[in-house]
Design a binder for this molecule. Sequence first.
Ligand code: GDP
Ligand code: MG
Length: 718
Amino acid sequence: MSDREIVIAFVGNPNVGKTALINAISGAELKVGNWPGVTVEKKEAIFTYKGRRFRLVDLPGIYSLSPYTLEEKISQEFLLDGRPDVVVNVLDSTNLERNLYLTTQLADLGLPAVLVLNMWDEFQAKGYSLDLRMFEGVMGVPCVPTAATKGMGVSQILDAVLDALQERRVLRVVRFDEVVEEELERIEEMLRDIECPYPLRWSSVKLLEKDHFFIEKLQEKIEYELPPWIDESRRKIERYYNEDVDTVLAVQRHGYINGLLKEVLKKPVQRRIELTSVVDNILLNRVVGLPIFLLLVYLMFKVTFDGSAPFVDWLDGFFNGFVAKWLGYLFFKLGLPGWVNSLVIGGVLQGVGLVLSFVPLMLLLYIFMSFLEESGYMARAAFLMDRIMHAVGLHGKSFIPLVIGFGCNVPAILATRALENERDRKLTALLIPFMSCGARLPIYALFAGVFFTKHRAEVVFSMYLLGMLISLIVGFILRRTVFSGEAPPFIMELPPYRIPTFKMLWRSTWLRTKAFIKKAGTVIVAAMVILWVFLNVPFGAPPEKTILGRVSSAISVLFVPAGFGRDWRPVAALIPGTAAKEIIVGALGQLYGVAGKDEENYSHPGSFVKDLKEQAEGFVGAFKEAFRLIFASLGSQALSVEEEESSVASAIKKSFTPLSAFSYMVFCLLWMPCVATLGMFYKEFGWSMVGLSVLLTTSVPWLVSTVIYTVGRLLGYS
Ligand code: GDP
Ligand code: MG
């Protein structure tokens, strides 16, 4: 077995740092988050150490190995059939009482194991101490204290794994009392006779508990019917304790853990009240909790927009002024035909440049979002929303996938797996597209920058709020029609507050920003080329007489009531926008860029060095400007940003009014999710749900935009 790859299953409660550990060991970039339910699917990283290949499998967080939630089923499935060589059970060392419960269940598997005592930094900060030698002795396997986020102890894990594997060190099994053990023994004997393919201790406990998931699995592998007397064994125990078997076993496991911890764990007498509970008294307050949340998010937008605006402008000028000019000159010098210039500069660069110019904005927003997630505050937001969600008949637990949807809708749909009930799951998934994902932000930023310069942050904030409001209303209606039923109560896990390390913040920010840039360089380039073709065939025709122009003009009548149907171009941008939302901005760049420049003369470009210097100065100046804007706006001075308008911006200004621009932003917010999201709908639920989602995300945006435009007109806006 020496050259085979070693498969390690990382198992543990939610939010104990499993993913952070895997990342720390392997340098992988799996998603870490300070809230339960981030990892629903199992993910893996591959790593070589001491000449051996390790496959590190990140299983979803679970509290026990019962068959009740999808996370538990995924984990049980993998532990039984995925043939892991070693189980690494990650524990939050500040909360061993709860964490060790799962450990006692893992022990029944009889696999080589390592216990990782993560969060050791917090453990020490709290003044706890643990008799590690004794603990290790009792548990029977190597124990490694670590602090994943600080990299402490991480390097010892793989050595411990090798050790556990070579010495076959397995977790000590918890013995139940006589009454239970006697029945377990009988079952075990029977299982041995029928050549049960799974660990005997584990199997006998599961049969006694009547774990449906396991029994079905076992039944598939063996030819015999399981004997009916197992039911009798169970009843015997239940009669004896006057309690169901699950409870009997759980009580005894907890008893064992309590006893063990009394021996090895020392906690200082609590003098001060925990910081977390003090802060929570304010942040989770019934009256001020929600307003504080909204205020924080609002401030986040404000700083994001003001801080990034100068950089966005600079990048815009960089692509459209500098790069376009010198690329044009190069093409001119090379004597390339006019259509090359039109395709590369008018098509791809106009579109992709506009999309990329929003990178500073995304970067800043992602930093803030990572901070909120990592610090533990997002989980509080879910808690705050729980009441509101319940009021409209939605599951409180639904809020987690919805918030994940603010980043990207695709993993959000995966995250609905945490909901036990299929109806709740589908309902929640249908609402996710109304959550404004990151890809939609550039659209708002573009229009807010043109029409609402003084209230950029407010207008964009209103988009996010509106998306949530619409999802509550749609959810309310669906709950009373298609998906009727009761939302069961739910207890939100509240992780302790944590000051995120800079490394952590940067990692998750960069992960998201990188994805955005990568998309701009691939999908959006391709989309811009295709769009350019449709916008230029037949060649030489004016834009509105091309294929795209004619088709969009025909459709655009439909959008007259919503306020943006008189021009074909906004509608034309929506069509490719179903592939990915970023394309809408790219397409607008291309469509409106065309109007801006007729025949440019590239023969006298001036001095390259001078232009380059100007760009560099502009970039440095942007820092100063950013700070000025942030401080001025926090001092709540409304200030206008003076800037020359780009050609795209002034073309857009002629095509929209502030009201129709707002209506268009709302439309883009609620309009069809991207193909990746629809694909996820198909994968998770099948075609009917894809259909339902498309139906909702075409009718709802049309209705809402029309209402907004009509009411706006009635109120006297143009
Ligand atoms: P998982 O749900 O078990 O995969 O947990 P994650 O890896 O997503 O981590 C949950 C949270 O705990 C994140 O905010 C991490 O930054 C944080 N975290 C992970 N390990 C440690 C640690 O050793 N010490 C501290 N202080 N925080 C940690
Ligand atoms: Mg995880």
